[in-house]
Design a protein around this ligand. Structure first.
Ligand code: ZN
Length: 211
């Protein structure tokens, strides 16, 4: 598996191109801006981009969808519970002083029973509400794409529409921290990390009731 990281958009979100080495099938995880480098990588290496997968509906992760889809012709899959965020994207964008004219569109949701895989690697969708109601983390082999749920040393904010701190703690502690220690975490912003490191160092542990 090859994982390429592209930083793009107003808040430097990570977009990940995940490529199966054998079949050359790939997915793009989050799509925060138009990025010619991603298009070139796909075309120059005969990569078959199957899906654009959205971790959650915040505007800084979806702004590139329409223009990238036009070039790459891959289906866009979004979380059903976050469609309200994408459809009303300016409610969120205006909060950060932005105005979006080209509202991002999607083709399907994770609830549509899609056979998500690249080559022989199955893509597991883990529901991780809390940062947003519909937020998902995507597990491919031992690589976890955690969106804005889990960051290195930190975690996603819960004060925006649909955020819920109890749900976020449960998502991280009871869903993500049960994954094997050697799982590599690729967050929506910032550097990658591992589940083992985060269990020891992440700030969320200060909020977990002990005993
Ligand atoms: Zn977010």
């Amino acid at each position: 598996m090859i994982i390429k990281t592209y930083i793009a958009g107003p808040f430097d979100a990570n977009n990940y191109l995940v490529i199966d080495r054998d079949s050359r099938e790939a997915v793009l995880i989050d799509c925060s801006d138009f990025k010619q480098e991603i298009i070139d990588e796909i075309r120059n290496n005969n990569i078959n981009l199957k899906y654009i997968l959205i971790t959650h509906g915040h505007f800084d992760h979806v702004l590139g969808i329409n223009r990238m889809k036009k070039e790459l012709n891959a289906e866009v899959i979004a979380p059903a519970e976050d469609l309200i965020l994408i459809e009303n994207i300016n409610d969120h964008a205006r909060f950060f002083g932005q105005e979006i004219i080209d509202i991002p569109t999607h083709d399907k949701t994770y609830d549509d029973g899609i056979d998500l895989r690249i080559g022989k690697h199955e893509i597991e969708v883990i529901r991780t509400p809390g940062h947003t109601e519909g937020g998902v983390s995507l597990l491919i082999g031992r690589n976890l794409f955690s969106g804005d749920t889990l960051f290195k040393d930190s975690f996603g904010r819960t004060d925006l529409y649909g955020g819920n701190s109890t749900k976020l703690i449960n998502s991280i502690v009871y869903e993500l921290f049960k994954l094997p220690d050697n799982t590599i975490v690729y967050p929506g912003h910032g550097n990658s990390t591992t589940i083992e490191y985060e269990k020891l160092h992440n700030d969320i542990m200060h909020y977990v009731k002990r005993g």
